[in-house]
Design a binder for this molecule. Sequence first.
Ligand code: ADP
Ligand code: MG
Length: 256
Amino acid sequence: MAKIFCVANQKGGVGKTTTTVNLAAGLAKVGQRVLVVDLDPQGNATMGSGIDKRAMAMSVYDVLLESASILEAKQHSERAGYDVLGANRELAGAEVELVELERRERRLKQAIKAVHADYDFVLIDCPPSLSMLTLNGLCSAHGVVVPMQCEYFALEGLSDLVNTIKQVHANLNPDLQIIGLLRVMFDPRITLQQQVSEQLKSHFGDKVFDTVIPRNVRLAEAPSYGLPGVVFDPSSRGAQAFVEFAKEMVQRVTRM
Ligand code: ADP
Ligand code: MG
């Protein structure tokens, strides 16, 4: 049975998509069967996994509107080493269309049930909002991975997300928990980042992952080649950190 995780943070540009595709590639590298679900109409996780978002016959949009199953709509990325349920601009319309429909926040959960046995991990890349799309992700998941930069306002931004997760936990999905906070784009030479990192650890204890993802230009270059950094340049520091993170996730999951 797959363990299902949302990669979420309502801020844009904090490293959600980079975390999703590189964790997926890292997990695939250590022998795990992985499905990435792209819930962001920007389709960055789709493109970053080597799937052309403009050329998809079916996408997560069709799955949410129940005109296709995940089995029908997913694609395999040979180079990345995992399956992708892609997204493109069409998904932006789903937000409005779903409002009218019943079980609107449970559509993805229902669809994943049918492929549960086919994967060890399902990773859901959320859009930068606390929208109906994100809600579908949170309702489907066992846990949330929160990538964050160690900046001055990091803790403040976290409280909205923590409150949303608490509400979903209480009302819609009793399984849901924060699996952990992942420090990303970390630069140890910056004193402020070290300070915020320490603050995070004292506030959240072992909810902070041991692995730290460094700022690394190879991770930023990889998407333009349609590859996760882990595949694009396996020897880079960023790639190595994500493979370590994948191993840490496998360990955490065995303790869940
Ligand atoms: P989000 O999905 O939260 O909007 P992204 O994963 O797209 O964020 O990351 C935002 C930008 O930062 C992208 O250009 C990405 O390539 C870059 N980036 C993310 N993580 C790193 C990193 N560890 N080192 C360098 N650049 C990074
Ligand atoms: Mg993104």
